[in-house]
Structure formats: structure tokens, C-alpha cells
Design a protein around this ligand. Sequence first.
Ligand SMILES: [Zn+2]
Length: 595
Amino acid sequence: MADIDRRKLILAAGGTALGVGEALAKGRKAKKAERAKRTAEKIFHGGVILTMVDDKPKVDAVAIANRRIIAAGDEATVMPLADGKTQIIDLKGATLLPSFIDAHGHFMNAPQIVKWANVSGVPAGPVTSIADIIKVLQEQAAKQRPKPGDWIIAYGYDVTNLSDGRQITRDDLDPHFPNNPVMLIHSSNHGAVLNSAGFKAVGISAATKTPPGGLILRKKGSEEPEGLIMETAFLPIFANMPKPSEAELLDTFHEAQQIYACAGVTTCQEGATHAPELKLLRKAADEGRLYLDIVSLPLVLEVPTLVREYFPNFQGGPMELPKEAAGSFGHYKNRLKLQGVKVVLDGSPQGKTAFWTKPLLTPGPAGEKDWRGAPLFPPEQVNKAVAELYKSGIQVFTHCNGDAAIDMMIDAARKAGVKADQDSRTVIIHSQFMRPDQLDAYKELGFSPSFFTMHAFFWGDIHVENLGEERAFFLSPMASATAKGLRCSNHCDFSVTPMDPMRMVWTAVTRQSRKGKIIGPAERVSVWQALKALTIEPAWQLREEGQKGTIAEGKLADLVILDGNPMTAPTDKILDIGVIETFKEGESVYKRKAT
Ligand SMILES: [Zn+2]
């Protein structure tokens, strides 16, 4: 018997021939380690704890240790995990949730934006008129003290915010800024208004032809550019703008992450990454500057550059990928993860550059009749790129706003032989103006929409004007998609709209426009569903549902404390709920100053 026991002990100690004493010591050590693992570093209790787990939505206490949640349940089971050193956090009635996950946005706008002027409309910014824009730019100039020729850049411009009822033009800007190029980036990030110095700096004049897929508004009765340029007329110009130095950008990474942390977000998305941006993100990660997780989606057009850089010996064609490419995706290194590749199929609905099957009720951006937008790339090119991505096993993210762009993606996936049971988790970013029949195709192909319900508030009234009620009311159809059994997240497309999770919840729940109209009453969802779309659903889309998105034993201690409970707050009070503190893997990354 003794011999058998001894053998068991040896086996338990890992199968090596240890002496009994050594094995016992090892056993004791393991027990101690186990006990330590079960000793909480922090315990949260005394408030509302929403787990975001459907069959156990609330618990009384949560214990965390070693970056993870070690217990979530009633106080009788959680409190005994405390020892003398445990920090007991009394929520004092506040609400604890899994921290929010940015389902789609543009992190790399943040390090720049912190240095730019905000010309967004109320409530995202201070602007209601052209005069307000001039005022904001003057304040920016006073702060920035630009030398002649230095750019003054602002973000969030949108004509629909202006009580003047017209676009701001170079003639509005020139008297105030004769010596500095000015660029007001459109809220869609797909265009900008320039002043005369700006046009001169980028080389656009009356002689410039409008490129296909682009827009250059001209002064009445002349070829002189008036101010606004969009899409292919703007994007290459923006790409070639003088950029802040690498060191300047890296220095703003803390401020940039705080935009997220103070909103309770601990996983950020860089949802259209250019090759140089990826380099900068990598550098920030390797220098230890990231304390939030960042997932990056390199743009498909950047793939050849990235392949050349990372796989210099690869001999394949321009849109082909080496077999090893997929291995670069799907795991964090110093808080940065390559998630998948982004394919952009159309533009923005509010800029009227999305691609629809049926014309708008209003003229196109340059006054065109029967305007239904246009795709950014011909279908053959899309089919080829999409097929290559699926073949390589890299997750596909596509930007589709209009139903015709969505049709193109459905077609491309069918041609590539995609089926729902392959679990490829293709994310259709925005899925903004779907048709009801396309929900079935999503089901068939395993597509998952990432909706953008902020549109109901920011542009809902405009969409009704442009598209009519039937089509506008089906924007971001979260209720219909959920009823079909699709998993859907919700995003703010930062910096297109502000990083404001409670406004995302409120827009998903009320779908109320600026004018107070309900943009599709049938598509309103419950607060619970709206919160899931910011937590467990995007975690699933990013294949991190085992790590994030709910409060459950074993998951990362990514948590947020709110000063109100969105589940019980009167609907209009949801917007007033603020973030008290945000934790990334148990460490506080934002704490509101006591007032
Ligand atoms: Zn985006």
C-alpha cells in the first residue's frame, strides 16, 4: 500500500522521481499557491453589479486577483476570499459592469484629435452656426500660435449642424485666416472644407478635374473650388498631409487612451489602419505606452505594403497573402492585437456617398438627380480580395453603409463559399441601411452586424428626408437582427461621433432624433440588449468572449463603475450617467476627480 501511495505522490508531483519529502513540499506549495489565487486583491460590493450574463444578470459581490475575476456571486461566497490585505471597495449604491468594448472606431484619430479644434455640432461639440466655427478656429489659433503656412485643423464638420442652412465656404474662412491653410474635416472623415490657403497648399484649383468617386464643390458659375471636397478628391490629400512627428504622436498616447478610459472603455479599435500607423502602434506597444487593449484592422489596400514589409521573401501576386500571414493575427502583444483586415465598400450616408440600390429622394452631393451613390471599388476587385482573405483564414471586417454595398459583400462571400457553420465571424461594420431580406443572408453566411445607432440621433432627421421613412426607420435594425438570432454590437465610429457609451445605449433604446422623432419605433431594443451590444457582443466579434464582456469567474477584471444604473434609470436620465472609475485587469486606469 505504502508503495502505491508513494507512486501516486510521485505522479502527482509531475511524474518525476522525487523523494517523498520533496513531493510533499511541492504539494504544500501548490496548496499555498491555490490559496493565494483564491485570496482577493480587491472585492467590490455594496451596489448594483450587472454581470451581462443572461441567466444570472446580477450578483452581490465580485472578487479579483492576478488581473482576473476569481469569484462573482453572493456575499456569503465572495467575502470569505478577503484577507487582511484585500481592498474592499464599497460601491455605495453605484453600478459595476464589465467595461465597454469599442466595437468599431478609429483609435489613431485620438492622438491627433487631442491637438485639433472640435467643430462638431451640439452635443458632440459647440457648433450651431458658421459663426461658431470661426470662433472655435480663432480660439484654436490663439492656443496653437501657428506660423504663416502652418495648418489649422478641426474635426467634426457637418453642414447639418449649421443653422445657416448652407456649407461653410472658403469665402467665409479667408478673411479670418488669410495666411494659414485651414482644414475642417467632415464628421464622416471622408471629406473636408478648405480655405484658399488650404487649396493652394494641396494644389487644388479651377484646373483640377474631379476624380472618379470624388466630389469638389465649385463656386456658382465657375470651376473655382468652393470649399467642400469629399471621398477620392479628399482621401489622397488627407493621406499626404504633413503629420505630427512620431515622437509628438507617441507623447499624446496617454491623453488619447484617456478619451476611452474616462468613458469606461478598455478595449479600443483602430478600425482602418494604414501601414505607418501600424508601425506607430507597434512602437507604442513595445515601449509599454499602452494600458488599454487596442485591436487593429489593417486596411485591405495596405496589405501589399504590409506583406512586403513583414514577408519580404513572399513571391505571390499583389492581393495574395503568404500562408504565415494569418499567424500574425488574433493575439495580443504588449496590448496590441491585429484582429482582421478591413475592406471599405462605400462612403457615408450623411455625406450621401453610401451605395444604395434605390435613389435618394433628394439630390446627390453635387446636385445629381436619382442619386444612389457608388461603390468605392468594382465588384470583381472586391470579390478577389474577399476570397483571398477567407482563404487565408484572416477575419474579414467590411464597411458597408448602403444596401447595395451590403449586396456586394453578400455576393463576394457567397462566391468565396462562406457558410455560417464555418464560424468566420465576418463583421459588417455599420450595416446601416440594410434591407430586411439581407438579414437572412447574414444568417446564411454567419455575418455579424456592428450597428451605429448614434445615427438615429445625429442624422435621423436627415435620413428621413433623404430616404423616406420606410428606409430610414430600418437604419441599424438591432431589434430585427436580434430576433433573427444574429449577434450584433453597437459602435460610435469614434471620432465620427463622441466616445460616449451611455449615448450609444440611449440611441439604441429610444432611437430619438435631434428633433425628437422616433427613427423606427420597431427597432428599439431593451437597455439590457443595448448594454450587451457594448460588452459581450463585441467581445464575441473579437473572439474574446472567453476573456471579456461579462463578469464571470476566470475573465479579465476589466470593469467600470457608473454613478447610475442604466437598467432602472428613467430613459432620458441614461444620458446623465457618468463614469466613476475604470479598471483594466484590476488596475485603475481612470478615476473621476471628487467634486
Ligand atoms: Zn469607421
